[in-house]
Ligand binder design. Structure first.
Ligand code: TXA
Ligand code: MG
Length: 321
């Protein structure tokens, strides 16, 4: 079992020894190791059982710290960093190969970086003289953790410490952006910063990066973020009709539905707030996954703002495995 502790100095000491520590961020908990230490990075892949073609996000405490291991920060991305950091936005930047090992980026020329908006995490990062590589602290393909307990339940036996930082306030992973071939910013993964918010800064709506057969972002793999149970995604009423006779659970947006046991339904946000829905998304999915049901129905939410990230996660959770 890992120790769950709020001691930043203890976490820092372990990380300096090359050990892994689960860290809180405003999006989800991360499984962190020294990004400059290839052994620690390798250990992250082992603990997570993550395929090596899936690169990791590198976390720092500010934009200045990023400059020590990237070659260039294109001005539109710099502008986004200035507007949204610390916060749930990840930038893809040309890496300095002497500092950032191939393992971190899966051989990509670009490294993913972000400055998380979480006071405990920021204090930890400030106390280190290296950045932290950290994917979400869940076994590969499973639901991301938004509390120390979620991490303990799944990775507790494999790591020495989980740094306690409360429930993740955003609840979905960061939005990933990079430069497209046309010199415009593109979205590589929907997340905690809405496309509309990016547009307000860029004065154009960024396009979604088309993968053209490359597996750059595992968060963009068809099946990901998935519970153990079968999950279907879409209009709840029609899905309840289709699966009539099966024992089902429902992840509802604003209200429970007729015809399914009350105890087997959870509501993301009674007031219809997408922020609140994102906050509850992964923890509610975990609760439903533990029920004795055959199928989980996840209701589609409005496809705007954080709703795009929520629908994206649910669509991938529903994908064929
Ligand atoms: O909010 C977040 O981003 C959380 C917290 C812990 O910071 N982290 C997170 O990490 O979601 P992970 O590993 O679960 O997802 C990272 C995504 C992956 O889909 C990965 O492929 C993409 O970032 N990524 C990382 N490095 C990349 C690179 N060099 N090029 C393209 N995509 C990259
Ligand atoms: Mg992940």
């Amino acid at each position: 079992m890992a120790i769950i502790s709020n001691s930043i100095s203890e976490a820092a000491a372990l990380l300096k020894q090359g050990k892994l520590v689960a860290i809180p961020t405003e999006t989800v908990y991360g499984l962190a190791g020294n990004a400059f230490d290839s052994q620690a990075v390798l250990e992250i892949f082992c603990v997570k059982k993550r395929p090596h073609f899936n690169p990791l996000i590198v976390h720092t405490h500010n934009l200045e710290a990023v400059k020590s291991f990237v070659l260039d920060i294109p001005s539109p991305l710099k502008k986004l960093a200035e507007n949204f950091w610390p916060g749930p936005l990840t930038l893809l930047l040309l890496r300095d190969g002497a500092k950032i090992h191939d393992l971190v980026t899966a051989g990509n020329d670009q490294v993913a970086v972000r400055v998380p908006n979480h006071s405990v995490c920021l204090e930890l990062l400030r106390s280190l003289d290296f950045p932290l590589a950290a994917p979400s602290a869940n076994p590969f393909g499973y639901i991301s953790p938004t509390s120390a307990k979620h991490v303990q339940d799944q990775l507790g036996d494999a790591i020495p410490m989980i740094l306690e930082g409360g429930s993740s306030q955003v609840g979905v992973e960061s939005t990933i952006v990079g430069m497209g071939e046309n010199e415009k910013v593109q979205i590589f993964r929907y997340g905690g910063i809405g496309a509309e918010d990016l547009k307000a800064v860029l004065s154009y709506m960024p396009e979604v990066h088309s993968q053209k057969g490359k597996t750059l972002a595992p968060g963009m793999l068809k099946s990901h973020y998935a519970p153990a149970k079968k999950l279907v995604f879409g209009d709840a009423k029609s899905l309840i009709e289709i699966f009539k006779g099966k024992k089902m659970a429902i992840l509802c947006f604003t209200a429970k539905h007729e015809g399914v046991e009350d105890n087997n339904q959870l509501v993301l946000s009674p007031s219809g707030s997408l922020e609140q829905a994102a906050q509850h998304l992964f923890s509610h999915l975990r609760i439903l996954d533990d029920l004795t049901v055959e199928i989980i129905i996840a209701e589609k939410v409005p496809d705007v703002g954080l709703g795009k990230a929520i629908n994206d996660r649910l669509r991938r959770a529903a994908a064929e495995r």
